[in-house]
Design a protein. Structure first.
Length: 234
């Protein structure tokens, strides 16, 4: 058990595992419902592996407002699986093509399954631009855990993505993620987390999918990570 707890402490803000591995993008999906399955794992050097499956239901309420309710699990070395809680994501498009860069506001609230672990909030801007067939994304998120009996700070995380639109069923790209610590007093570079790697995207019929393999650090420790996302749209 001590080993499992030590491994859990290595996770990059476990409450924000979703946006530590999946890039938030801006789209008008009014009236569109989806079943959203996500999965990521992290392979730490000389340590056990961590994985997290997640499933949610999303809906485009208006052309500017997307909402999703989901639940996730954490798993250590293929065993010891437990549900971590529920998340409610809401993204609001602030611009819709009238400028070179589209801007959205991303929000996320997570309630832990264990009451003593409290809850967590995340908020920040989502930026997206399109240059011919190349899509560029960059996001900054402010994250804070609350009501867990600890002294919590507001921390800063980022995401970026480059996507080359080639075929509908296959588009290559790159993704990157990171956490730098307190938003106005960053950790020393050796303790920061930065990871990046190749990604691909595609769609077929009612399905959309993406996957990425990331190299770098989680919570300042070397780790290779894999993430995937599959959505059924109806």
């Amino acid at each position: 058990m001590k080993e499992l707890l030590a491994l859990a402490a290595m996770l990059p803000l476990a409450a924000f595992g979703e946006t530590g591995y999946y890039v938030v993008t801006t789209y008008d999906v009014e009236g569109q419902a989806s079943i959203d399955y996500k999965y990521w794992n992290a392979h730490y050097k000389n340590s056990r592996n961590v994985a997290s499956p997640e499933i949610g239901i999303g809906y485009g309420i208006t052309s500017r407002w997307y909402t999703e309710l989901s639940t996730q699990w954490i798993q250590f070395n293929g065993r010891h699986t437990r549900n971590t809680g529920i998340e409610w994501q809401n993204d609001f498009l602030l611009t819709q093509g009238q400028y070179d860069v589209d801007v959205a506001l991303h929000t996320l609230v997570e309630r832990s399954r264990r009451r003593e672990d409290g809850y967590a909030v995340e908020i920040g801007p989502v930026l997206q631009a399109q240059f011919w067939r190349t899509q560029l994304n960059f996001n900054l998120f402010f994250q804070r855990e609350m009501d867990n009996g600890e002294k919590n700070e507001t921390e800063l995380a980022y995401q970026w993505q480059v996507k080359q639109r080639w075929k509908s069923w296959f588009s290559p790209g790159l993704q990157g993620f990171g956490e730098v610590g307190k938003w106005n007093d960053w950790l020393p570079s050796k303790k920061q987390s930065h990871r990046a790697g190749p990604a691909f995207f595609g769609e077929a019929g009612h399905f959309k999918y993406e996957a990425a393999y990331l190299f770098g650090k989680n919570s300042g420790r070397a780790a290779n990570s894999f993430s995937m996302r599959a959505r059924y749209i109806f």
